[in-house]
Design a protein around this ligand. Sequence first.
Ligand SMILES: [Zn+2]
Length: 272
Amino acid sequence: MELPEIMILAGQMEEELVGKRVVRVDVENVKCLNVPMEEFRAGALDKEISYVRPRGKWVFIGLDPGHVLLFNTGMGADVVYFEDESRLPEKYHIKFLLDDGTGFTVRVWWFCYLHLVPEDGLDGHKLTRDLGPSPLEDGFTLDHFRGLLRGRRGGVKSFLTNQRNVAGIGNVYIQDILFGAGVHPLRKIPTLTDADVEALYDSMKAVLTESLAHGGLTYERDFYGRNGGYGKEQYRVAYRPGEACPACGAPIEKIRTGSTSSFICPRCQPLG
Ligand SMILES: [Zn+2]
């Protein structure tokens, strides 16, 4: 999941869960946890869910009083709401039951993080304390974005997908973000013009907002088990090697960029 899917999931979780009390926690996949099972249970049980917030690829769940649950779905996970325990999915690894009989289950596909952290210990949580801002949050202005890029030397793709710089963009959305801005993934940050930076900023917002409006990626599911509507039809160059660029008609290329693949139009996104 990337930012739009996490925002959708967190919004739905907030709607359904806030104000309810945790009465039971079952965790089958203890590898997700950062503390022993008993400690986890003691920290979560009888707490009221006070908020649910998206933060990059993470969901922060307030457990009042005293704790925050930090949740990351890894390479994908089904996080599904249930209205009562007679309607559970067939397979799941984690279950939270709440005081009104509702709750949610999590089915982990590859790995996940379900970390219980004391409210005053968030600064010590290594995986989330250095997260950068999300491109769709209020304070993320063009000036703020320019500030993030100032003095940086690396390639633009690796910068934008590093969660410490900007949180929430992964290898799906980055493709069309770069294409929309006419920027090659391997362009070095110091070579970006003011116009390039502005185009990247606008493109980031446009691509993520469009996906949000479609309910996120088609292969990810929301809190009600529904798939999103943003898929290949919406992709412009992403995962379309050999097809015609929607802007100029040149064939889209798949190239290696470090440890990841990138899809580009060589004409619209020249390297220099
Ligand atoms: Zn093109």
